[in-house]
Write a protein that binds this ligand. Structure first.
Ligand code: IPE
Ligand code: IPE
Ligand code: MG
Length: 249
């Protein structure tokens, strides 16, 4: 797999000097992938793990500094209990199986979301994986778990209000809000990818993605390959980011 990335023709089209600093992915379409094959939805989630592995490895190899994956939203609790339970099991399996590989690739794991509302065993496994990869200096891989952007903003405003109460001189500005988000240690995403064709953000990084370049593919998440990721980066590198100004023209 690792040699495949550098050997692919798309690889040579990438300008390594202008990589997106932070890629965020809404990994969608596992259920549809399973339905197409008349399999239970969980089979799609299981197949999605392979795509996670590929995307993580490709980012680490390319030298992308930050990758954030939307793995479970606050709204996903609305799904049947059995699906949620299996998703959590899959997450725990991933964490246990992948730690060695993450360490080998010098990847540091992190998490954003209301982690304390996850089941204690899930929290324990997460804490262990984060601790075991803490000293790694390569790709910073962040899993968004029990994450919702509006809940994050509510938590940030609450924390900021507490801060203000302690010290009335604290100013309320964009930087202060950013500092109170779960993403305080991460730069804003440059490239936001969504699989399976849906043209919405589904409550993901609403504040942080203000100027992210969006890239949507019809490909269902379990079918997402390293080539798809390379294509997204190539397209990103052709975009002109203007941030409200006049750009280069
Ligand atoms: C994304 O796939 C994975 C999670 C939300 C956990 P879905 O399960 O949303 O798949 P579709 O959208 O039903 O195809
Ligand atoms: C977004 O996908 C959440 C994750 C990928 C974890 P959903 O499948 O939950 O989003 P909607 O319901 O189609 O908006
Ligand atoms: Mg979905």
């Amino acid at each position: 797999m690792t040699t495949a990335l550098t050997e692919t023709p798309l690889f040579s089209e990438i300008d390594r000097e202008r990589l997106p600093h932070h890629i965020a992915i809404i990994m969608d379409g596992n259920g549809r992938w399973a339905r197409k094959r008349r399999l239970p939805r969980i089979a799609g989630h299981r197949a999605g793990i392979r795509a996670v592995r590929n995307a993580v490895e490709a980012c680490a190899r390319l030298g992308v500094p930050y990758l954030t994956l939307y793995a479970f939203s606050i709204e996903n609790w609305k799904r049947p209990h059995s699906e949620v339970k299996l998703l959590m099991q899959l997450l725990r399996q991933y964490l246990k199986k992948e730690i060695g590989e993450l360490n080998q690739q010098n990847i540091r794991l992190g998490v954003i979301g209301r982690v304390r509302e996850l089941e204690p065993p899930v929290q324990r496994d997460l804490a262990r994986a984060i601790e075991k990869t803490r000293r790694n200096t390569g790709l910073r891989l962040t899993l968004a778990l029990n994450y919702g952007s509006r809940a994050e903003l509510v938590d940030a405003v609450r924390a900021l209000a507490r801060h203000l109460k302690q010290d009335g001189r604290v100013s309320v500005d964009e930087a202060a809000i950013s500092r109170h988000l779960y993403t305080r240690d991460l730069p804003d995403p440059d490239l936001l990818i969504r699989t399976s064709g849906e043209m919405r953000l589904s409550n993901f990084l609403l504040w942080q993605a203000a100027y992210a370049e969006l890239w949507v593919t019809q490909t269902l998440w379990p079918d997402f390959t390293q080539n798809d990721l390379l294509q997204a980066i190539i397209d990103y590198q052709k975009r002109e980011r203007r941030y409200g100004g006049l750009g280069l023209r």
